[in-house]
Design a binder for this molecule. Structure first.
Ligand SMILES: Nc1nc2c(c(=O)[nH]1)N[C@H]1C(S)=C(S)[C@@H](COP(=O)(O)OP(=O)(O)OC[C@H]3O[C@@H](n4cnc5c(=O)[nH]c(N)nc54)[C@H](O)[C@@H]3O)O[C@H]1N2
Ligand SMILES: Nc1nc2c(c(=O)[nH]1)N[C@H]1C(S)=C(S)[C@@H](COP(=O)(O)OP(=O)(O)OC[C@H]3O[C@@H](n4cnc5c(=O)[nH]c(N)nc54)[C@H](O)[C@@H]3O)O[C@H]1N2
Ligand SMILES: [Mo]
Length: 810
């Protein structure tokens, strides 16, 4: 979230699109209720289904699954052509006036630099034009044909309300109502929040849908203000913590990035990430990358990371490709993976195309499951009849189960969607042989280390040299010790760069602020964005003072938020060029003549005056927010409509003449997958998967009460389709895709209606995800038997939300 849960109460307009917070985030959803009750907020839902959020909304508009970029692009077009933008904000705080390189092109759905064979882009033309001084050239009059504003206008010119009706199936008047309501927040005194989750992310163009939403918010001046923002409703209670800690194969902690194979040279690796300002006077916070990186390496390798060995840079893997989930299981299918450790992960249930996942697991030599439960994955080799129809004798994989505890059985911290790190305390002893993940991982670590020490090996150094000596018992670190390590400490005295006699932090002390990090080896920090979570003043995550002096909801003394305890990111964008709040009633920060201050922690160097010209988007080297994403995204600089890979139309209705631009030209799709996509002739309906309040994924079915509440797989079918097929409430149906089939009880509903898409009738089929062949619910199929093994080109998230199915009555 750019903002936070409580801040939603400050919104004047709430749009939930691509999520179903009332169902999947019922506790957080109370802040929507709060906004309605106390701020007279207007609440809208745009979703293929009239879902539980829609049932309590002021307005609902239907949309065809997978078509959100057309909808959002049309909002951008609407705001530009009707001049409903926050001018002062957009002109000063975005790249509107920036000039783009002359050789940049977008033609008929494809950007310049496309390599059709490799399905990737050479992105060198996707850049601003630089002047001789190294800064981006701009045209504040916005008349230059290659300024971002002009390019943006051109890109979305044919994203019209008529196109929305034709491509998304949303009636024109409903689209216009949503657009007009959002537009009412383009003024200084009003704000809209956008809340989204998987209905946006789980598409082959998911990341671009989010960008498009963010662009709408920028035009309205809704980023960095109270009651605004792009608010990602995150999933597992600590999934924000997972990404913060870089538990993705191409990340290091705190969103630092691992090097790729071509980056063997440390100086070049660092130089590329140490972003110099692209406009005069900008903060460009990534200039400090070396401090974050060196401090991380010091926390891992201690004395073994030195200036002479480039802080142990050679110990880090250099990737030949990203090892996302789809890639790993593709390699497994190719027989190229020996062993796999699934820690709190049930891939046969949760990854797309379950049969493909199962085939991959069957080619392993060994599989380790660290989980409190006996999951489907841990028994993928066992025959469960039709539900898991395998030949056990042919599977050689050796499976080990290491019983783990769950959150209530250990101390630790959880990072919420609000970026708030909150400490929790153990409530119960774990049963049986279950042990905390930290203990299991530590023991594995020590045994591996011992083996490397005894036997050598090709390259034992990166494991052998890991420094665990700062734990009281290096065999068994505690959650408290890990938390202190993430925060970091001073290895030597940290002094003020302007006055070497002034010691800011004494050797051995916990660091107190980001400004204390150093790139000379004198500080260690396991996760730079968390500096401040456990200081000399103690565990900040354990704080429980909910006082809120201004009533804005920031509660700066409740737990601790990264970065720097800031609750709303980019918050100086809520002020004008003099540092005066656009909306004094909902002030977050202001320039008081000497410094930035207010009920939030300013997202700016505290004493840097607005007159300096430093823009509020300090993480961007240009200091402003981008409409033109430069080389950052896989598919292009402006979000563009592409169809899902299981494509209900067979063409792209926004670019009908270009066969290259049907589905995302840069998606995560392997050569072996193409014949696993279905055609609308055979599979005419759009299937979409989602969750229910009564279950959490695949684990609550192991609990009797939840199992009793939702005992059995069902699918939701609209009345029109049900009538057509002679299906009645409670009938059993078979739902098939090109990948396989499931059987389920039919729930016939008014909440899913047929849509007219480019002259064709499209029905959605709703498929909740929670059942399987283990647990206390009725044994059943895995919903992911149906879903395609293809993903977004940036995040590699599978396309769980739009695929083709057919339905038959059994
Ligand atoms: N009770 C419960 N709560 C949970 C979970 C759980 O399993 N059970 N899981 C947690 C996790 S890990 C996550 S990630 C979150 C997910 O939270 P959500 O994303 O809110 O949950 P979903 O039910 O997957 O999907 C949300 C909505 O997206 C809609 N949708 C599908 N396709 C499209 C589309 O193309 N466009 C638009 N606009 N909407 C579309 C669906 O109809 C659905 O209403 O929930 C978390 N909360
Ligand atoms: N078709 C379809 N598929 C989806 C989705 C969808 O919307 N549609 N959503 C996707 C999303 S957003 C997500 S997040 C994934 C979820 O996919 P998974 O993460 O694979 O599923 P879960 O069942 O949430 O959790 C996995 C296991 O973690 C275990 N666990 C709980 N606590 C602990 C602990 O402290 N330590 C350890 N070691 N284990 C623990 C649980 O017992 C459980 O078996 O599913 C994805 N799959
Ligand atoms: Mo999730």
């Amino acid at each position: 979230m750019t903002n936070h849960w409580v801040d939603i109460k400050n919104a004047d307009v709430v749009l939930i699109m691509g999520g179903n917070a009332a169902e999947a985030h019922p506790c957080g959803f109370k802040w929507v209720t709060e906004a309605k009750a106390h701020n007279n907020a207007y609440f809208m839902v745009v979703d293929p289904r009239f879902n539980r959020s829609a049932s309590v909304a002021d307005y609902y508009a239907p949309i065809r699954s997978g078509s959100d970029i057309t909808f959002l692009g049309a909002i951008i077009n609407y705001l530009l052509t009707n001049d409903k933008i926050h001018h002062e904000y957009v002109h000063n705080y975005t790249d509107f006036s920036f000039i783009v390189r002359e050789d940049f092109r977008f033609e008929d759905g494809i950007f310049s630099g496309y390599n059709e064979e490799k399905r990737t882009y050479d992105k060198s033309t996707w850049e601003y034009e630089l002047g001789p001084d190294g800064y981006v050239r701009t045209d504040p009059t916005l008349r230059h044909p290659r300024c971002v504003y002009q390019l943006l206008k051109k890109h979305y010119a044919h994203y019209t309300p008529e196109a929305v009706e034709r491509v998304c199936g949303t009636p024109k008047d409903k689209f216009l109502h949503v657009a007009e309501t959002l537009a009412s927040t383009a003024v200084a005194g009003r704000a809209a929040t956008i809340m989204y989750a998987l209905g946006w992310t789980q598409h082959s163009i998911g990341a671009q849908i989010l960008r498009c939403g963010a662009m709408v918010q920028l035009l309205l001046g809704n980023i960095g203000v109270a009651g605004g923002g792009m608010n990602a409703l995150r999933g597992h209670s600590n999934i924000q913590g997972l990404t913060d800690l870089g538990l993705l194969t191409s990340s290091l902690t705190g969103y630092l990035s691992l090097a790729n194979e071509a980056e063997q040279d440390y100086t070049a690796y660092i130089a590329k990430r140490t972003k110099k300002p692209l406009r005069p006077g900008q903060v460009s916070y990534w200039q400090h990358y070396p401090k974050f990186h060196v401090s991380l390496m010091k926390s891992w390798y201690g004395d073994k990371a030195t200036k002479e060995n480039n802080w142990a840079y050679d110990y880090l893997p250099k990737l030949d490709r990203p090892y996302d989930m789809l890639q790993i299981f593709e390699l497994m299918n190719e027989g190229k993976v020996n062993g796999y450790l699934a820690q709190g992960f049930n891939p046969i249930a949760s990854l797309s195309n379950s049969h493909r996942v199962r085939n991959g697991l069957a080619k392993l030599k060994f599989l380790v499951i660290m989980d409190p439960l006996a999951t489907e994955t841990s028994e993928f080799w066992r025959n469960f009849g039709e539900y898991n129809d395998v030949d056990t004798a042919s599977i050689q994989t050796e499976v080990f189960r290491l019983p783990a505890t769950c959150f209530a059985e250990e101390d630790g911290s959880i990072v919420s969607s609000s970026r708030v790190l909150q400490w929790h305390w153990k409530a119960a002893e774990p049963p049986g042989e279950a042990r905390p993940d930290i203990q299991i991982m530590s023991e594995l670590h020590h045994r591996m280390k011992a083996m490397y020490e005894k036997e050598g090996g090709v390259f034992p150094d990166p494991i052998r040299d890991l420094d665990w000596s700062h734990y009281y018992n290096p065999e068994d670190p505690t959650p408290e010790e890990l938390a202190k390590e993430y925060n970091g400490w001073a290895i030597a005295d940290v002094v003020d760069p302007k006055d070497p006699h002034k010691v800011l932090r004494k050797a051995g002390q916990q660091l107190g602020a980001l400004g204390e990090l150093r790139d000379d080896g004198s500080t260690a920090s396991g996760c730079w964005i968390w500096v401040g979570c456990w200081t000399e003043e103690g565990n900040q995550m354990g704080r429980r003072d909910n006082s809120d002096p201004t009533g804005i909801g920031n509660t700066l003394k409740w737990a601790w938020a990264w970065p720097a305890n800031r609750r709303v990111l980019y918050n100086t964008a809520s002020t004008d060029l003099k540092g005066k709040p656009f909306n004094p009633k909902r002030m977050l920060v202001q320039w008081d003549g000497q410094k930035w201050s207010g009920p939030d922690i300013p997202d700016m160097t505290p004493t840097l005056a607005p007159e300096s010209g430093a823009g509020p988007f300090i993480m961007n080297p240009e200091g402003v927010a981008r409409f033109f994403s430069r080389g950052l995204m896989a598919e292009g600089t402006f979000p563009t409509h592409y169809e899902a890979f299981d494509n209900p139309l067979g063409y792209n209705p926004m670019y009908p003449n270009n066969p290259k631009a049907v589905s995302s030209p840069a998606a995560r799709v392997f050569g072996s997958i193409w014949d696993t996509f279905g055609s609308p002739k055979e599979y005419p309906h759009v299937g979409t998967t989602y969750r229910l309040t009564e279950h959490f994924h695949y684990w609550t079915k192991h609990a009797l009460i939840n199992a009793a509440l939702q005992p059995e797989q069902f699918v939701e079918i609209g009345e029109a389709l049900a009538n057509e097929m002679g299906i009645r409430q409670g009938d059993h149906v078979k739902v098939s895709s090109k990948r396989g089939y499931i059987k389920a009880v039919a729930v016939v509903t008014k909440r899913i209606r047929p849509m007219q898409i480019d002259g064709k009738t499209i029905h959605h089929v709703g498929i909740p995800i929670h059942w399987g062949f283990k647990g206390m619910t009725r044994p059943g199929f895995l919903a992911n038997t149906l879903t395609p093994f293809v993903g977004d080109g940036n995040s590699f998230t599978p396309e769980f939300k739009t695929f083709l199915v057919k339905v038959e009555k059994i």
